[in-house]
Ligand binder design. Structure first.
Ligand SMILES: [Zn+2]
Length: 113
């Protein structure tokens, strides 16, 4: 069993004892303080870690949101382009159909030459 000297009476006291068996001094006060200190530090570290995690997650979500927004804008731009090209393509279909009968006439003219 690990022993330590009592700061009050200087006798060997078990470090596991809650108080000095010789003089009744709360024991071991220093270890208790260290334990609470460690617990406090651990708590702070954990809290900081949790805050850091939440912050990084929020950053991640923000980055993802930004990416999503960029993707959405790209998608919308593509859609608009497609709609515009479709709108442009529709009117050109009618002139093309009208232009087809003109082609044989051109060929006939070439044959005549
Ligand atoms: Zn003592």
């Amino acid at each position: 069993m690990p022993l330590s000297n009592c700061p009050d009476c200087g006798r060997d006291v078990s470090t596991r004892a809650r108080q000095c068996v010789h003089c009744g001094r709360p024991w071991p006060a220093s270890r208790c303080g260290a334990a609470t200190c460690i617990a406090l530090v651990m708590g702070i570290v954990l809290a900081l870690g949790a805050v850091g995690l939440i912050a990084s997650k929020q950053r991640c979500v923000r980055e993802r949101m930004e990416k999503c927004r960029v993707e959405m804008q790209k998608c919308r731009a593509e859609m608009e382009k497609r709609i515009q090209t479709e709108q442009k393509a529709q009117p050109t279909v009618a002139p093309a159909a009208e232009a087809k009968p003109a082609e044989p006439a051109v060929k006939e003219e070439k044959k005549e030459e």
